[in-house]
Design a protein around this ligand. Structure first.
Ligand SMILES: [Zn+2]
Length: 159
């Protein structure tokens, strides 16, 4: 199998009153994440990890925040484009490992719903997807959320 690994990182500040989406799932919380799109820090990091694994341009190059087409758009649109490029080249997700860094909201109550939705979006079984919540423990100011993830893509050898 041909393997390619990708790393994704993203962070967004909180924005009062905006709906919060993590991994495409609406989370009940008083703040959302600031950004040109819905601010889904998890989907942005995953999208960038997949694009990085493929050696494609990153999310900021493909979907500039200066481009009005992407204002207020759901982040599934970005992930779908990364997946389209992945499938076009014959790759699938072998596994994905994500760390969400935030003091709040707590990730554990939402973990299963988010993994289930990621499994649906990526077309990969849930046992290939890992999601962990980490508190910031004094690292930087807690005014938002960050996400780091690693994805492994694989393509079966031809012939
Ligand atoms: Zn982002």
């Amino acid at each position: 199998m041909n393997l390619r690994i990708g790393l994704g990182f993203d962070s967004h500040e909180f924005e009062e009153g905006k709906p919060l989406y993590l991994g495409g799932v609406r989370i009940d919380f008083p703040h959302g994440l600031k950004g040109h799109s819905d601010g889904d820090v998890l989907l942005h990091a995953i999208t960038d990890a997949i694009l990085g694994a493929l050696g494609e341009p990153d999310i900021g190059e493909l979907f500039s925040d200066k481009d009005e087409r992407w204002r207020g758009v759901r982040s599934e649109v970005f992930l779908e484009e990364a997946l389209r490029r992945m499938r076009e080249r014959g790759y699938e997700v072998v596994n994905l490992d994500c760390v969400l860094i935030a003091d709040e909201p707590k990730i554990s109550p939402h973990k299963e719903a988010v993994r289930e939705n990621l499994s649906r979006l990526l077309g990969a079984p849930e046992d290939r997807i890992s999601l962990k919540g980490k508190r910031r423990e004094g690292f930087c100011e807690a005014k938002g959320m960050a996400c780091i993830c690693v994805v492994l893509l694989g393509k079966r050898d031809e012939g």
